[in-house]
Design a protein around this ligand. Structure first.
Ligand SMILES: NC(=O)C1=CN([C@@H]2O[C@H](COP(=O)(O)OP(=O)(O)OC[C@H]3O[C@@H](n4cnc5c(N)ncnc54)[C@H](O)[C@@H]3O)[C@@H](O)[C@H]2O)C=CC1
Ligand SMILES: N[C@@H](CC=O)C(=O)O
Ligand code: NA
Length: 440
């Protein structure tokens, strides 16, 4: 029997995710009440335009353009507007009033997380954000709760659905980046400004959230090394497949010893990488995400599923709403963020990785030895070297050949210096592609 008073829920934003959350709260009202031990009363949904078309039908009387008034008296505020403002101010107001807050806003958390967590702690309120990373995939709760007694060493994965969808369509359908992005936007995967997706900003925000949580250290989004997919060409994707790889945008967060100081630190990086076709990440298609977590005692764990999409993300949001509501009913201390480890955040030059470098060179004797010598001088060992194509010889001039060099693992600083030396070598006409390799 349910004898606790109904809990008042306010939803801010009724876009791809918000409209689905409002719909689920109404459709599954009785089942949710039975699970929680209290009813959830949707007191309103804040929108910008009362008449805008929406993915689900929300009763007109629940819609309001006055988000500030809506949150007054709410027990749980669900922020799904996105962006920094007014989301930040509204969340701070909600927390100050003692409401628990559920958000999917990784941009806000990666920028103003400490301020928001502090505001929550001040009044003993909770800030939940399972939907902010990996969409529907449970990853925040496992890191925060299930692995709270272990020591996470490394996280590697695909954390942006839009770019995975785009790279997958380029690979499987030969589509251009623009075509595939238009489809991803229509399907509700992309951010309001899709530069956040293709530029790698969204993935970097998620990497910052994951690294902070996993390593108990504040890792701001600006400290994450970020490269998006905007420079990836269809030619690179096609060449990668021919060579037995797929191009994926990866987020990698790791505990490392700084190669310069020898002291431990945290490195978080987001960049496209070649992944072998046999690797599980190569089989992550569409807007799915997959996140590998390596922990000292648990060993490797893999989390996989829908990384974007309105209804899928609504699942994670609803899970947080139920957690918040249960805490109201049965009490309990809730969870607190901890940055006790306080490790330094290392630059990308500290990473250890592999490169695949494609070059056009003069097709003449001794060139291979010169190229190999440049790698050797920088302490980078060659794993494979292939002469891919020979361009026709122009009349009276030297012909050109294309070399594709795969390196063994080396420190990023040495790899970057190698590429710079190759670019300025007189035997190299152009460095046409440089991609890191992961999972090789
Ligand atoms: N779409 C997805 O697959 C996922 C989205 N997210 C996050 O969820 C949040 C919402 O994303 P979407 O639903 O995709 O975005 P959306 O752009 O479809 O929806 C946002 C809605 O909020 C409304 N809004 C913005 N400012 C407002 C204001 N001041 N007052 C009232 N309404 C306002 C907009 O009009 C829009 O309808 C974002 O933080 C996003 O990063 C997280 C995981 C997955
Ligand atoms: N735009 C994001 C949405 C989910 O976080 C993505 O594509 O992953
Ligand atoms: Na999630």
């Amino acid at each position: 029997m349910i004898d606790y008073r109904p809990l008042r829920v306010a939803v801010l934003g009724a876009g791809s995710v918000g409209a689905q959350v409002a719909d689920q709260l109404l459709t599954h009202r009785d089942e949710l009440a039975a699970r929680i031990g209290a009813g959830l009363e949707l007191i309103g949904v804040a929108v910008r335009d009362l008449d805008a078309p929406r993915d689900t039908a929300i009763p007109r009387e629940l819609l309001t353009t006055d988000a500030e008034t809506l949150i007054v008296g709410a027990d749980i505020v669900v922020e799904l507007m996105g962006g920094l403002e007014p989301a930040r101010t509204l969340i701070l107001q909600a927390l100050a009033s003692g409401a628990d807050v559920v958000t999917a806003n990784k941009a806000l958390l990666a920028t103003h997380g400490p301020e928001l967590f502090e505001a929550a702690a001040q009044v003993g309120a909770q800030l939940y954000y399972e939907a902010a990373v990996g969409g529907a995939i449970p990853i925040i709760r496992p890191l925060r709760d299930s692995l709270a007694g272990d020591r996470v060493q490394r996280i590697l994965g695909i954390v942006n659905g839009t770019t995975n969808f785009i790279l997958d369509r380029m690979d499987s359908h030969g589509e251009s980046m623009e075509e595939a992005l238009a489809t991803a936007t229509a399907l509700g995967y992309a951010e309001a400004d899709p530069t956040a997706d293709v530029g790698g900003y969204d993935a970097a925000q998620k990497a910052a959230i994951l690294a902070s949580l996993a390593f108990h250290t504040l890792v701001p989004a600006e400290a994450v090394h970020r490269e998006g997919i905007t420079d990836i060409t269809l030619e690179q994707v096609v060449a990668a497949r021919k060579a037995g790889y797929v191009v994926k945008l990866l987020a990698i967060c790791e505990l490392l010893d700084d190669p310069v100081t020898g002291k431990p630190g945290v490195l978080a990086r987001v960049h496209p990488a070649l992944v072998p076709l046999a690797h599980p990440l190569a089989a992550v298609h569409g807007a799915n995400n997959a996140i590998f977590v390596e922990a000292e005692a648990a060993g490797p764990l893999m989390f996989y599923g829908a990384g974007a999409g309105g209804i899928q993300t609504a699942s994670a949001v609803l899970g947080d709403v139920v957690s918040a509501a249960r805490r109201h009913v049965v009490g309990g201390p809730g969870v607190a963020e901890s940055t006790h480890a306080d490790l330094p955040v290392l630059p990308i030059s500290a990473a250890t990785t592999r490169y695949q470098i494609s070059l056009t060179v003069a097709d003449e004797p001794g060139v291979l030895a010169t190229v190999a010598g440049i790698l050797q001088q920088h302490g980078v060992s060659v794993e494979t070297i292939q002469q891919a194509v020979s361009a026709p010889v122009g009349s009276g001039s030297v012909g050109e050949a294309t070399l594709v060099i795969g390196t063994h693992e080396a420190v990023e600083a040495d790899l970057a210096a190698t590429v710079a030396a190759l670019s300025s070598s007189s035997v190299v006409t152009a460095v046409t592609s440089v991609l890191r390799g992961e999972g090789l």
